[in-house]
Ligand binder design. Structure first.
Ligand code: DAH
Length: 339
């Protein structure tokens, strides 16, 4: 029996586990009702007086050893689990996961802010638009190329519904529902059926502006454009208007601003002209006013529309449109300090 006790004692010395079930099995095996220790004490009871004298001490020592081992292993494992759950509230905060605004949103918010400061409110319209609001009311002729499947995403190939190709559609919705004076901007996403490249994308963003009142003239438009250009690109910015054509404005123009990268000297961005085209504009065509039940003999107005990606490209010298949509964290992180 003494040899048995010594063997068991050696087994106990060796036991080491991080596993709760193994530790529980250890308890059952050695300390359980039908466990080894109880068995040894049974044998001890039946031993002769002389044997008892020899075995008493080692058997009691074994009992203490097993109990201590069990308690020690159990508290070790409890200690480890509580360490895992422990949150150190004194650690400094990690900034790694802090998000940043998308450059398109940053620029869009700046544009909105510039217009808000001179009394424009904001109107939103649907991204799926009907033919009337996207084309017909805006004076697009039936055979205009924009009405072609190659240029426009029609919904279920139904020519009556399309993803809006411009935010000019919101002009119509506002004019149909509001009596002049109207002074509103419409920011939003627009869609065109274009092959994706560095210079073209099938989704982009526009901000449209519309002002309708009595006696609104081209001079008012020019004044607003100068204000906008200086606020957006800096106070030394100059503007020029070039005649253009849009079905919904008459006369129509395109706005160029002096290149703020080369300060007008000529560079790659302005293609050595010293000027950058940034938006389309004009006086709202009387047909458009009539389509919205606004009397063109009483009211006139101007409208303009710009691509936000284009402005952001100039602002941040971004050369590839696709970067805006890929959401590569290395690209986005560069704007984390901007508001
Ligand atoms: N809707 C035009 C486009 O997407 C932009 C535009 C040009 C809007 C002239 C206007 C405007 O309101 O007057 O290209």
């Amino acid at each position: 029996m003494l040899e048995n006790i010594q063997n068991i004692s050696a087994e106990i010395d060796k036991f080491n586990s991080q596993d709760t079930t193994e530790i529980e099995n250890f308890r059952i095996k050695y300390l359980g009702k039908k466990g080894i220790l109880n068995d040894l004490f049974e044998q001890f009871k039946n031993a002769s007086g002389e044997e008892k004298r020899a075995l008493g001490k080692p058997l009691n020592e074994l009992k203490t050893k097993i109990t201590e081992k069990y308690n020690e292993q159990k508290s070790l494992i409890e200690d480890n689990t509580s360490k895992k759950d422990f949150i150190d509230m004194t650690l400094p905060v990690s900034n790694d996961l802090l998000g940043s605004r998308h450059p398109i949103n940053i620029v869009m918010n700046r544009i909105i802010d510039i217009f808000k400061r001179v009394g424009f409110n904001i109107s939103y319209g649907p991204e799926i638009e009907d033919d009337w609001h996207n084309f017909s009311a805006l004076n697009f002729p039936q055979d205009h190329p924009a009405r072609d499947m190659q240029d426009t995403f029609f919904v279920n190939k139904n020519p009556d519904y399309a993803l809006r190709t411009h935010t000019s559609s919101v002009q119509i919705r506002v004019m149909e529902n509001t009596k002049p004076p109207i002074r509103t901007i419409s920011p939003g996403r627009v869609f065109r059926n274009e092959a994706i490249s560095a210079r073209a994308h099938c989704i982009f963003h526009q901000v449209e502006a519309l002002y309708i009142d009595k006696n609104v003239s081209m001079a008012d438009l020019k004044q607003l454009l100068l204000y906008f250009a200086k606020e957006m690109f800096g106070s030394s910015t100059e503007i020029r208007l070039r005649p253009s054509y849009f079905p919904f404005t008459e006369p129509s123009a395109e706005l160029d601003v002096s290149c703020n990268i080369c300060k007008g000297k000529g560079c790659n961005v302005c293609k050595h002209t010293g000027w950058l085209e940034i938006l389309g504009c004009g006086m709202v065509d009387p047909n458009v006013l009539k389509n919205c039940n606004i009397d063109p003999d009483t009211y006139t107005g101007y409208a303009l529309g710009m691509g936000v990606e284009r402005i952001a490209m100039l602002e941040y010298e971004i050369k590839d449109l696709r970067l805006y949509f890929e959401n590569d964290i290395r690209f986005l992180k560069q704007f984390s300090t901007a508001l």
